[in-house]
Design a protein around this ligand. Sequence first.
Ligand SMILES: [Zn+2]
Length: 62
Amino acid sequence: MAEFCLECFNQIEERNYTRKDVKLSFLPDLCEGCGESRRIVVGLKHRRTGYRSAQSKKTDSK
Ligand SMILES: [Zn+2]
C-alpha cells in the first residue's frame, strides 16, 4: 500500500479529511506524494454518519 501524508491523501482521494477522520502513523514516514517525512495515513476512522441520517429521517417523516 502506498504511503501518503494527509495532504497528499486528500488530493489523491479528492476528499477533505481532517486529522480526526483518519488514522495517522505514530511515527513520520516518507510520503510517496510530496517526498517528505510526515505522518502518513494508515487508515480511515469510521465517521458517525448514523447521527446525521437519523436526524434527516426524522425531518422527512414529519
Ligand atoms: Zn505528502
